[in-house]
Write a protein that binds this ligand. Structure first.
Ligand code: GLU
Length: 447
């Protein structure tokens, strides 16, 4: 029994709690889906370190159905870019059922890529070339999201194809408005095939985790799509992923998600995890009843709601002092070192942490003396924080204060803002001792 099984315990606890729910029933408008076992209930979670956790029927195969939509949208965005894709399909919640005639008045564009109308268009946008037919691209791309080769459940495909007249009608209608780039029959055939791709809850959690991890599959470590594409897909999932239940879902669960009529459901904690459930009985919006209940409970229990971001009381700034107070101070230099301020930071620096560092800089250094910013124990600086530190150091030095930085890992990158404002480079040192000695010498030169 390992400590990490704590995550498995949580999934098993959710399964136990909601397995007895008897509401809803499996979709039957695609006859083959009605044969699903209504008691099957699997949960899986994949972490950013690529660890997979599961409970219940997490290895039972079922078809992707609409959970394919965000991933094919990701493929279309990667191939054509956001501007081109947006010419064909919008990004507004339709507030309507999955199979509604959701076409924008005027342009005829489907409302978004998560409802059937939009998904048929997205699928039609995937490049189709003799060396790589569109469906092969889709199967290959979705396999990279899942971290293994996937296949099609031909029986489910045939079953939907035999009964899918509403989707065919939608495709013809879209074609009539001029917003379907390929023949409707071919577009719908391809769309039915993508819906019939076979996965397990563990596969789905891995696919969701790839979106959470900025487009990199955390299990295989392969980059599948760019971070921008992953962010765009998550944005559309957040607003449109649960059809006409999307607003309520975002309110109560607070995670980008996508449901499918075979009973699969994914939710994404950006930079944290991908989670998936499989349970065929559906509610009125076409989403899994048990999956919905389990993810809502999980979000509430662990505080996963994206808008719920309590600031952690951090210890970003570990030291604000003068060099004189440091244990290494050589006695001969005490006078000058006493005028050098030292601010040390640690850990990963984001917006909040960078703001703390800038406040500490302002408060440091007696009598407006020089300051050493020691980033030796900093592990990473994100792009917002880097910009803030560059501009903060530029303002600081433009005010006539002298600064030096200890940045042995060069996490700050080139601080051009300081040179632009002051005409001088920011002194960089490998150790705090060197930086303090350098500032003390500079003071001696000035005195
Ligand atoms: N293949 C299904 C359809 O188009 C997908 C719907 C869904 O999963 O929500 O009707």
């Amino acid at each position: 029994m390992s400590a990490a099984d704590a995550v498995t315990d949580s999934l098993a606890g959710l399964r136990e709690r909601f397995a007895a729910v008897r509401e809803g029933r499996p979709a039957d408008y695609i006859p083959q889906l009605a044969l699903a076992d209504p008691d099957a209930f699997g949960l899986a979670l994949v972490s950013m370190d690529g660890h997979r956790y599961s409970a219940g029927e997490a290895e039972v195969p079922f078809t992707l159905q609409s959970v394919s939509k965000p991933f094919v949208y990701a493929l279309a965005l990667s191939a054509l870019g956001l501007d081109e894709v947006s010419r064909w399909v919008g990004a507004e919640p339709s507030g309507e059922a999955f199979n509604a005639i959701s076409l924008e008045p005027g342009t005829g564009r489907p409302a978004n890529a998560m409802v059937n109308a939009g998904a048929i268009v997205t699928t039609a946008l995937v490049p189709d070339t003799p060396d790589e037919p569109a469906f092969d691209r889709i199967l290959h791309c979705l396999g990279r999201f899942a971290g293994r080769g996937l296949d099609v459940d031909e029986e489910v495909f045939a079953s939907e194809s035999a009964t899918g007249d509403r989707n065919r009608a939608l495709a013809y209608l879209i074609r009539s408005t001029g917003t379907l780039p390929v023949d409707p029959v071919r577009a719908v055939d391809r769309y039915f095939r993508q819906c019939a791709i076979r996965v397990t809850a563990v596969d789905l959690a891995t696919m969701a985790a790839t979106l959470a991890y900025g487009g990199v599959n955390p299990v295989t470590r392969e980059r599948v799509v760019s971070a921008e594409v992953a962010a765009g897909v998550l944005a559309v999932m957040a607003t449109c992923g649960m059809y006409d239940g999307s607003g309520d879902w975002l309110l109560r669960v607070g995670l980008p998600a996508k449901s499918g009529v075979s009973g699969g459901l994914i939710a994404v904690g950006p930079a944290r995890f991908g989670v998936a459930t499989y349970s065929p009985p559906l509610d009125a919006t076409g989403g899994s009843v048990r999956g919905h209940a389990a993810l809502e409970a999980m979000s509430r229990r662990y505080g996963l709601h994206l808008m719920l971001n309590p600031a952690l009381p951090g210890s970003t700034v570990t030291l604000v002092t003068t060099a004189d107070d440091l244990p290494s101070a050589p006695s001969g230099e005490r006078g000058l070192r006493g005028r050098v301020g030292v601010v040390a930071a640690q850990g990963a620096i984001d917006f909040t942490a960078a703001e703390r560092v800038l406040y500490a800089l302002d408060e440091s250094g007696p009598d407006g003396g020089p300051v050493v910013l020691d980033l030796h124990d900093v592990t990473a600086i994100d792009s917002v924080a880097r910009g803030m530190l560059h501009n903060g150091l530029a303002r600081f030095t433009a005010d006539g204060r002298r600064a030096a930085v200890v940045d042995p890992k060069d996490l700050l990158g080139p601080v051009d803002a300081v040179r632009e404002r002051t005409g001088r480079d920011l002194p960089r040192h490998a150790t705090r001792e060197d930086a303090v000695a350098g500032r003390a010498r500079a003071l001696a030169g000035e005195d």
